[in-house]
Design a protein around this ligand. Structure first.
Ligand code: TXA
Ligand code: MG
Length: 319
């Protein structure tokens, strides 16, 4: 069983040493908690797959402390990808780039590309910096949940998901609740134009504003695997339905201007789409704890971050 530590500088330094020694460290990022391991060590990466029960063909994202460190992992960075990195990193963005010889098959699921992210959370930043000071070059970290389950947005969620599957040499760093609450935007930067593989906080509007209105390409690339290529994902145990009539016994997630009918458990009443995204996964978890009949999500606006919310809710609604 893992040790849970607060994100003191001392605990972070110890966690960086643990990573360097091939152990796993679950840590907060601004999006969701990640389950980290040294991305250059086959054993550490294999432990991540084992703990999560994730198929080894499903590639992992490498986390580094700064845009400069991305160069260690890739053959080249197209100009538009560099613009994206300089604008949105550190932040909730993952770039898919052509990997170099360091990006080994055990990490990429056999693909020639690699996903790289520079998280913008103080604890994550410190951990990566300490790890790099020890000679590390990247931390592989998928979301710290069991395969197909909901991404954790607190250390307690990590504990619930995988606590008993970690060893006593592994660590969970507790940095409180994640500021953003849903996973990073993933952009395929392998072609002439960027393509959004997983919507998130870095929205198509923001990308178009930076690169031009017709800058985003269609997802026609034949990537072996891309986020959401699996039919269902992000699954709570409670069935999820979208924009359906609300019945007694249901749990309700909707903007605060929508009233809660009698006999219905209000799971969250966000004032904005941003808040909606941030509390979505914790609301799913609460529904599971309360053993509700269904989770009804009312979502009518799908601009901006709404696209990412709809993506996650739709996948959660497919059993
Ligand atoms: O916000 C996030 O991105 C979080 C935090 C911890 O950084 N990480 C995360 O990782 O969500 P994960 O593994 O749960 O989701 C990453 C998705 C997976 O669906 C994986 O298949 C896809 O990204 N992916 C990773 N590398 C890829 C690649 N080279 N090509 C296509 N898809 C890739
Ligand atoms: Mg995940």
């Amino acid at each position: 069983m893992a040790i849970i530590s607060n994100c003191t500088h001392d605990a972070i330094k110890k966690a960086a040493v643990a990573l360097k020694n091939g152990h796993l460290v679950a840590f907060p990022t601004e999006t969701v908690y990640g389950l980290g391991g040294d991305a250059t060590k086959a054993d550490a990466v294999s432990k991540i797959y084992k703990v999560k029960n994730r198929p080894s063909k499903n590639p992992l994202i490498v986390h580094v402390s700064s845009v400069q460190q991305i160069h260690n992992w890739v053959v080249e960075i197209p100009e538009y990808a560099m613009k994206l990195a300089l604008e949105f990193c550190p932040g909730p963005l993952t770039l898919i780039l052509k990997g170099n010889e360091i990006a080994k098959e055990f990490l990429t699921g056999g693909q020639s590309s690699i996903g790289i992210r520079v998280p913008n959370n103080v604890c994550a930043q410190l951990l990566l910096t300490e790890f790099e000071l020890l000679g590390g070059i990247g931390v592989a970290a998928p979301s710290a949940n069991m395969y197909k389950s909901i991404s954790p947005t607190s250390a307690k969620d990590v504990w619930t998901e995988i606590g008993s599957r970690l060893s006593h040499e592994d660590t969970i760093l507790d940095g409180g609740s994640c500021e953003l609450g849903i996973e990073s935007t993933i952009v395929n930067c392998l072609g002439e134009t960027p393509k959004i593989l997983r919507p998130g906080w870095v929205t198509p509007e923001a990308i178009k504003q930076l690169l031009g209105s017709d800058s985003i390409g269609q997802n026609d690339d034949n990537l072996t695997l891309f986020p959401g290529s699996e039919f269902s994902h992000y699954l709570p145990k409670t069935p999820v339905v979208i924009n359906e009539p609300i019945k007694p016994g249901d749990g309700l997630i909707a903007l605060s201007n929508i009233k809660t009918p009698t006999g219905v458990e209000r799971l969250s009443s966000p004032n904005s789409l941003e808040q909606f995204a941030t509390c979505l996964y914790s609301s799913f978890r609460r529904a599971d704890e309360l053993n509700l009949k269904r989770i009804v999500v009312i979502l009518n606006e799908t601009n901006g971050i709404g696209i990412a919310i709809l993506d996650r809710v739709t996948k959660a609604s497919r059993k």
